[in-house]
Design a protein around this ligand. Structure first.
Ligand code: NAD
Length: 478
């Protein structure tokens, strides 16, 4: 079994302690302090800015072929370290070991995908109006990037930003998640060990608001990317706007699931229960607002409850555990408050609804039926293991309920009707729609939202575009 490592900062190719001391890292399953984390001070931020500027100079001059080769090497190193990194991720974040392995393996795939994209950042030649004019559109790396990544997928949220930025030829400073730092650092280490030029990738931890406001204001940083809550996303968008920086925002969601009478109801319950309680529900695309058409309702509820009864809650390091603790105690109190408020608003608690044990952030997988739309949980993203199930009669009613909230990240639907599929695809306000399966978040497919869920896409061919700036060059020949 791995021993939990302390985490340092990476600045200009050197791992180092931070100028502002250390922070504790706590295991959410045991509440024990398992490690220390270097906390960046002002000098670390200034050094990181100088380093990322120098790194950009070197990395943008590295050919796309070489960049791809170095990225593939980082992917190979990460793949060789899965069994070392996965328990570290489980210890700091809580997820079951197999989910931690999945996370590292999926990061390997993301890096490999973007390594290939690096070689396909094509420009264009635009036919000119005169025979002696050549008009080109060149895609240039936008410049040094500041990326802010959260604790729910400490590796996967960071790898999307790092891989796309590096593939485009940008250098990057990652401000990683303070509560789950070591697995994110292991990801960054794979890139550093692969031999990327010093400063092309840097890693900081500290006080998030201090680091983000300092980096975003710096003229060195040309692009910002953030994954986290809508409230923080709006704050960073404001700062980025003030300094005219491009920003990609992957924020909260509150995903609707529309199950129609003609669906494979049992299949829907199975695939959605797995996704709902994966990572203890701490996923921005977690299905939460289940709306089930009248005739399918009873069967869906029974099948869904049956799936939930099979979950085994416990310390993610134990072999048969399928759901771990919540990653921090903020989520634990949020689940208790939201559930209590839902019951006050008429929600019928079918199962769960309470903390399990008195040590560790364990909250039982929870199903609430028929909760009033005015309840807090029907409006605020729970970001935890709670599913809300309600009934609907017509497709119009379900679509209108799906679109009721200001969020629009992921949406799911289950139906055998091609017409219903078309109607949903035309009318559901969402960045991603998955029909009859859980088909989101692959390296090759775009990932992102609309409305308060943010803007810009990560993943897929769209992912690298966020880090490329088109430049138009027109030449009149002699
Ligand atoms: P929070 O709003 O305090 O923080 C969310 C994330 O943003 C954290 O990673 C945090 O370190 C970072 N952050 C906070 N202030 C920042 C700042 N000024 N500059 C840069 N980064 C900053 O809330 P929290 O308790 O950590 O998480 C709660 C909510 O955040 C959840 O309910 C969920 O809605 C959202 N969240 C979303 C995702 C996602 O994948 N989209 C991931 C984690 C959290």
């Amino acid at each position: 079994m791995s021993i939990y490592p302390d985490t340092d900062l990476l600045v200009g190719g050197q791992w180092r302690s931070g100028g502002a001391g250390v922070l504790d890292v706590v295991n959410p399953a045991t509440e024990e302090v398992i490690g220390k984390l270097a906390k960046a001070g002002r000098q670390d931020l200034d050094d990181a800015l100088q380093a990322v500027a120098a790194g950009f100079d070197a990395w943008r001059r590295t050919s796309a072929y070489e960049r791809a080769a170095l990225m593939r090497k980082a992917a190979d190193l990460l793949a060789a370290r899965v069994e070392e990194i996965a328990p570290v991720l489980t210890m700091e974040q809580g997820k079951p070991l197999q989910q931690a392995r999945n996370e590292v393996n999926s990061a390997v795939e993301v890096i490999r995908w973007f390594a290939e994209e690096a070689m396909r950042a094509y420009g264009r030649i635009i036919p000119a109006r005169a025979p002696d004019v050549v008009q080109n559109v060149i895609k240039e790396p936008v410049g040094p990037v500041a990326a802010f990544t959260p604790w729910n997928f400490p590796i996967n949220q960071a790898v999307l930003k790092i891989s796309a930025a590096l593939a485009a030829g940008c250098s990057i400073i990652v401000k990683g998640p303070e509560e789950t730092p070591a697995s994110c650092a292991a990801l960054v280490k794979a890139f550093a060990d692969a031999g990327l030029p010093d400063g092309s990738i840097n890693l900081l931890y500290g006080v998030p608001s201090e680091i983000s406001s300092y980096l975003i204001a710096s003229p060195i940083i040309r692009k910002v990317s953030f994954t986290g809550s809508t409230a923080v996303g709006k704050l960073l968008a404001e700062q980025a706007g003030k300094y005219m920086k491009r920003i990609t925002l992957e924020l909260g969601g509150h995903a609707p699931v529309l199950v129609f009478d003609d669906a494979d109801v049992e299949g829907a319950a199975k695939v959605m229960a797995r996704l709902k309680f994966y990572n203890s529900g701490q996923i921005c695309i977690a299905p939460t607002r289940f709306m089930v058409q009248e005739k399918a309702y009873d069967n869906f509820v029974a099948d869904f409850e049956n799936q939930v009864s099979k979950l085994k809650l416990g310390n993610g390091l134990e072999a048969d555990v399928t759901m771990g603790p919540l990653a921090n105690d903020r989520r634990l109190s949020a689940m208790a408050e939201l559930t209590e408020d839902a019951v006050k608003h008429g929600g019928k608690l079918l199962t769960g609804g309470e903390r399990v044990g008195n040590r560790g952030n364990f909250f039982a997988p929870t199903i609430l039926l028929e909760t009033d739309p005015a309840a807090k949980i029907q409006n605020d993203e729970p970001f935890g293991p709670v599913a809300l199930v309600s009934r609907f009669r017509t497709a119009e009613e379900a679509i209108s309920e799906a679109n009721r909230l200001p969020f629009g990240l992921a949406a799911y639907a289950f139906t055998r009707s091609a017409k219903t599929m078309n109607d949903l695809s035309d009318h559901v306000e969402t960045g991603m729609l998955s029909i009859n399966h859980a088909g989101l978040a692959l390296p090759e497919t775009p990932f992102g939202g609309v409305k308060d869920s943010g803007y810009g896409m990560e993943g897929g061919a769209e992912g690298i575009e966020a880090y490329l700036q088109p430049k138009f060059v027109t030449r009149k020949l002699f």
